[in-house]
Design a protein around this ligand. Sequence first.
Ligand code: BV8
Length: 257
Amino acid sequence: MAVPAALQAALANARQVCVLTGAGVSAESGVPTFREAGTGLWAQYSPHELATPEAFARDPALVWRWYRWRRDLVAGVEPNPGHRALARLAELVPSLALVTQNVDGLHQRAGSSGVIEYHGNLFGNRCFENGCDFSEADPPTGTAADPASGIPLCPRCGGMLRPGVVWFGEPIPSRTLRLADDAAAACDLFFSIGTSALVWPAAGLAEIAARRGATVIEINRETTDLSGRAACRLQGKSGEILPELVNCLARNRQHSL
Ligand code: BV8
């Protein structure tokens, strides 16, 4: 893939880069995207039916089975070249903010730091009943589980624990929202990678960047709602495009030394 000259120039001159990733970035690691998430065992369910507080209140054991299936799946995969290229990109530009809609933690496992997990993390736990404050990963050591359903219980109040993700209909935590909004507003180059740009308010970050004059780049296998407003679209797999992009930037920097 040839990296367009305009994009090479935008990357070489970028001062602050903001990257928003979606499920497509983890697809080549073997993590089904949300569009495909209803695969195999879960084909009968739509994620939008399971990733809600109402679904959890209705059938917490079912929702926990889905999240445990996802945790086991993610624990068994590796970051792909796309994740690793983004970790390397952070070393090649003056400043990079990585905002991910993914809850799989693969950016961190690829070496990215300061990742803004817009929708939380699959392996976190929160108290569903009283919002008790504790921060162990799942399962918190010594956490009892309801013997019949296997639902983990809060070590403080004994109420049900829930996965530490943001469900549909729940607000993005205010600090996360502000960090992501500020990163999008401050950047001069914005990448939207592997996301259908359908889930809000994450999908609004590209607008925030564009309104402030940033160049918006989309990397996706397909066109999306954002495609028409991107300055440049690279169509294909992020695990193939991102390493090309980063290698090109590194070569150009080498030549300019
Ligand atoms: C909220 C965690 C308000 C859980 C997730 C307007 C404004 C605000 C809200 C709304 C609005 N309109 C509608 C809403 C409500 C809703 C929403 O957006 N609904 C959608 C369905 C229309 N939003 C919310 O509910 C949000 N909360 O707004 O609260 C509020 C305020 C105050 C008080 C109370 C309430 C919360 C949304 C968060 C939901 N949680 N995840 C979990 O994971 O279990 S979102 C979930 O879906 C994922 O995390 C993921 O982020 C998202 C799916 O999006 P993508 O990542 O884009 O994945 P998708 O599969 O769709 O697309 C993959 C893309 O990759 C495709 O384009 C494909 O072509 C591409 N691709 C595939 N392979 C590759 C590739 N690209 C490159 N390379 C490849 N190899």
